[in-house]
Design a protein around this ligand. Structure first.
Ligand code: ASP
Ligand code: MG
Length: 437
């Protein structure tokens, strides 16, 4: 059984919603995961913010604007009065619920309930559409099987246990529709898998039911081998291994929710990134297959800050790095890259909210230098220890660019480099020309 996920723009208008059937084959048994109509989750965030700010009238006006949008949406979606009435009832239900929140007791628990309404709306409206045109389908409530634990980690066994009976109960149904993004937490409250989380839902369902394949449908023809906005002649990567995809997840967050790779990898469920605008194109297939000795992709991330701690106390000492890392842990700031010498260590972060506190605490250990406006460049491929020549090709391509940090050997699948952001474009182009052309 396949799992197909369609994002916000793929259900972004009545027309796009109707066209899903160009891709979905209702004869095949499958689960379709939908995001909210594009823009809706952002609007729901704004509504929640107005409530949090205690601005009831702003909340009310935002709610009205969004509701008006849906009233127009269903007029175009449904052909007959009976289904339009059904759609109207659904919209009233969800918007009454949103409007019923008072600002007196509005916390992030209530906010999550509001954020969940987008996916509940899109799936229910689509289900009614399928009924109207005579395609039989069933709605699967994601809140009945999608769960995260105390650490906000999804529980795949729970999904298996709770989703399987829902599917078994309807042996004659082929087409199951469910909500991306939303889940329950360990308290049983409505929660979500973070922004962009519908991809994650699809791969978790894929893992939970041991699906033959998860398809992520977007408006792009797969993951490209370099940033198409910067480099001419980039191409979709036909095949990526899970290990390579995991390295790229941090960089390709807009195409695929970064966490999505992990359940698929663990349960060996192939993930295909496909393009709704060009449904027969190959896209990108992420699977266990790896092509040894081939560079697959170059990616970059801006907004990086490098911090160097230099200390003679580091020489021949143990426990030094632990104390350095504890500082970052104290301020809940993730470290991305790290390189060390005998008497100094450099790390990078992209969350600089506590930079002042962090550098102050680090200065207890030694001299601290901070470099802002840096970019990480990452070259990904299967470059196991027995292969050779990759690093020299990378360095040859970048011989005219100052390198602040180099990280190789952390995994077999990447070489990361830190450069000034002003050098990034040249670095990406030069690498592209020399590694791919
Ligand atoms: N609707 C949610 C969001 O906008 C989830 C998703 O689209 O993947 O973040
Ligand atoms: Mg997305």
């Amino acid at each position: 059984m396949k799992v197909l996920k369609f994002g916000g723009t793929s259900v972004g208008s009545p027309d796009r919603m109707k066209k899903l059937l160009d891709i979905i084959d209702p004869q095949e048994r499958q689960i379709v995961v939908l995001s909210a109509v594009s823009g809706t989750t952002n609007n729901l965030v704004e509504i929640s913010k107005a409530y949090l700010d205690g601005d009831k009238s702003k909340a009310a006006s935002l709610i009205k604007t969004l509701k008006d949008k849906y009233e127009i949406f269903i007029k175009e979606l449904y052909a007959d009065v009976a289904h339009l009435e059904q759609g109207k009832t659904v919209i009233d239900y969800h918007f009454d619920l949103i409007a019923a929140f008072s600002n007196d007791l509005f916390t992030n628990i209530e906010e999550k309930v509001i954020l969940a309404q987008g996916e509940l709306l899109s799936t229910t409206l689509y289900h009614i559409y399928l009924t109207e045109i005579g395609v039989s389908s069933a709605l699967l409530p994601a809140l009945d099987f999608m769960k995260i634990d105390e650490d906000n980690e999804p529980v795949v066994d729970y999904i298996t246990e709770h989703l399987t009976p829902l599917l078994d109960a309807k042996p004659k149904i082929n087409l199951f529709i469910t909500q991306g993004f939303i889940c329950r937490n360990s308290f049983g409250e409505i929660d979500n898998l973070r922004r962009g989380g519908s991809d994650y839902t699809a791969s978790l369902i894929g893992a939970g039911i041991k699906s033959e394949e998860v398809q992520i449908w977007t408006d792009i023809d797969g993951m490209h081998n370099n940033d198409p906005r910067i480099v001419k002649g980039t191409k979709p990567i036909a095949n990526l291994s899970f290990d390579e995809a995991a390295e790229l997840a941090y960089f390709g967050a807009k195409i695929l929710h970064p966490q999505s790779v992990f359940p698929a990898q663990k349960y060996k469920i192939p993930v295909r990134l496909l393009n709704t605008m060009d449904p027969t194109a190959h896209g990108t297939l992420i699977s266990s297959e790896s092509e040894k000795g081939k560079i697959k992709s170059i990616a970059a991330k801006d907004g990086i800050t490098a911090i160097r701690i230099q200390s003679s106390r580091m020489l021949l000492a143990y426990g030094f790095l632990r104390r350095v890392f504890e500082v970052f842990e104290r301020y809940k700031t993730p470290i991305d890259m790290i390189t060390t010498s005998e008497v100094a260590v450099s790390v990078t972060i992209d969350d600089i909210r506590f930079l002042g506190e962090i550098t102050k605490d680090l200065s207890d250990f030694g001299i601290v230098d901070v470099d802002v406006n840096q970019s990480i460049i990452c070259v990904v491929g299967d470059m196991g220890a027995n292969t050779h020549g990759f690093a020299s090709r990378v360095f040859e391509s970048l011989k005219h660019i100052p390198l602040r940090m180099i990280s190789y050997g952390g995994s077999n699948y990447n070489i990361s480099l830190l450069v000034k952001t002003e050098d990034k474009v040249e670095a990406l182009r030069s690498l592209h020309n020399r590694l791919f052309d």
